[in-house]
Design a protein around this ligand. Structure first.
Ligand code: GLU
Length: 443
């Protein structure tokens, strides 16, 4: 029956490879649930689960600084609202298309369920490339994007946030335009806002910090600890940098990170203040980090972090960045844990290679859920018109990540797959969403 449903998804969504991959990965975890809980796996529920509730595609015209008009495409896929308003980020990157947004929204549905917070799954974005654009150009683009998106969102309907290419600057411009068009200061309509205007402390840090909490819990379950381990992260954006920061604070040495041009290897541990300055403030290339670090760091043009020996690898850049060859290299160098900070960065073949070598593997929908969980905490603060301290927010985030780890670990054991966090996350997420869909009837 699961094969039939997958075949139907393939027929109905031709050419959408990432979406197929994300669906397949979840369906592959479900045969054990099908045996024990056939009521949850009836054809209609699974068919509905694989079909977005709503998909919006729109034109985004904007004018660059030279007066030239550009036309981009905007997307919002509202996948599942059985647990709460659609929730998920916006990605601005030239690779964004309907396939990418659908796979991300599908993943988000299960991730959000695992947080235990009342949020459904959605995702959006545009093929706009913010790289090399002035602040004024980014602002005009965001204003045009929001002029259409505002019809579809709201604090009880759909609550976007950031993702690749969308950070505090973009959320600011988007929120400003929403407020202007609707004449409402509706703080809960977007998350990732600045702390002075409805944002939450610890939101920028949350995905990376949460990833490291999850990783430490996995290690603890095997009587190991992060202290003293060598870590590599891929990427050098918000998730990668904050994962590196938390790992270093836990006593690990983070020896490498990357961007689309190459990677840096810094045997003494990355200088995180310098990395933040170069990547988050100056929006410059990693080669600039190596230059400013003097002889301490080596820049490898076109190089991959997976070739650097490590105990822990944290893919934090983008989908399908860690392939089978990279997984085998990591295994050969003695890696013990791979935990996904990005969404679906590890290819299915790579996951198989890691699992076959008994490497602990955490899927993104569990390990990187700290970001969206803290977004839900931001919504909670907005609803009660309060601002929690950084410490209180981080404590809640830590509790949530431990809860997610516990849920995935226990579910995997309960279904006879001990140590299989992929099965644990998929089954637990599916049970939560499926039970609620069933209770709410055929809609
Ligand atoms: N884009 C992030 C994710 O992949 C965060 C989404 C949010 O905060 O709504 O989970």
């Amino acid at each position: 029956m699961l094969e039939e449903i997958y075949a139907h998804v393939l027929r109905r969504n031709p050419g959408e490879r990432e979406f197929h991959q994300a669906v397949r990965e979840v369906l592959e975890s479900l045969p054990v649930v099908l045996e024990r809980r056939p009521e949850l796996c009836d054809g209609s529920l699974l068919d509905r689960l694989c079909e977005p509730e709503r998909q919006v595609i729109f034109r985004v015209p904007w004018t660059d600084d030279a007066g030239r008009v550009h036309v981009n495409r905007g997307f919002r896929v509202e996948f599942n609202s059985a647990l709460g308003p659609y929730k998920g980020g916006l990605r601005f990157h030239p690779t964004v298309n309907l396939d990418i947004v659908k796979f991300l929204a599908f993943e988000q549905t299960f991730k959000n369920a695992l947080t235990g917070m009342p949020i459904g799954g959605g995702k959006g974005g545009s093929d706009f490339d913010p790289k090399g654009r002035s602040d004024a150009e980014v602002m005009r683009f965001c204003q045009s994007f929001m002029t259409e998106l505002q019809r579809h969102i709201g604090e009880h309907t759909d609550v976007p946030a950031g993702d690749t290419g969308v950070g505090a600057r973009e959320i600011g411009y988007l929120f400003g335009q929403y407020r202007r068009i609707t004449n409402r200061f509706e703080a809960g309509v977007l998350t990732g806002k600045g702390v002075g205007w409805g944002g939450s402390h610890a939101r920028p840090e949350a995905t990376g910090y949460g990833l490291v909490v999850f990783t430490a819990e996995m290690l603890r379950a095997r009587d190991l600890e992060l202290d003293g381990m060598r870590v590599v992260v891929s990427g050098s954006g918000n998730v990668a940098i904050h994962a590196a920061e938390k790992a270093a604070a836990s006593g690990a040495t983070v020896v490498a990170c990357s961007d689309s041009g190459g990677c840096v290897v810094d045997e003494d541990g990355l200088d995180l203040d310098l990395l933040k300055q170069v990547k988050l403030k100056d929006r410059a290339r990693l080669s600039a980090y190596a230059e400013q670090r003097g002889g301490a760091a080596e820049y490898r043009e076109g190089g991959r972090v997976w070739d650097v020996a490590c105990d822990v690898a944290l893919p934090c850049a983008t989908q399908n960045e860690l392939d089978e060859d990279a997984a085998k290299t990591l295994v050969g160098n003695g890696v013990r844990v791979v935990a996904e900070g990005a969404n679906m960065p590890t290819t299915p073949d790579a996951v198989r290679a890691l699992r076959a070598a008994d490497v602990l593997f955490a899927p993104g929908k569990a390990a990187n859920a700290g970001g969206v969980a803290t977004s839900a905490l931001e919504m909670q603060q907005n609803a009660s018109r309060t601002l929690w301290t950084f410490e209180k927010t981080e404590d809640r985030l830590t509790e949530i990540m431990k809860h997610i780890h516990h849920t995935c670990h226990d579910t995997a054991e309960r279904y006879g797959r001990p140590g299989d966090y992929v099965a644990g996350a998929n089954i637990a997420g599916f049970e939560l969403v499926g039970e609620s869909m069933q209770a709410q009837g055929v809609i």
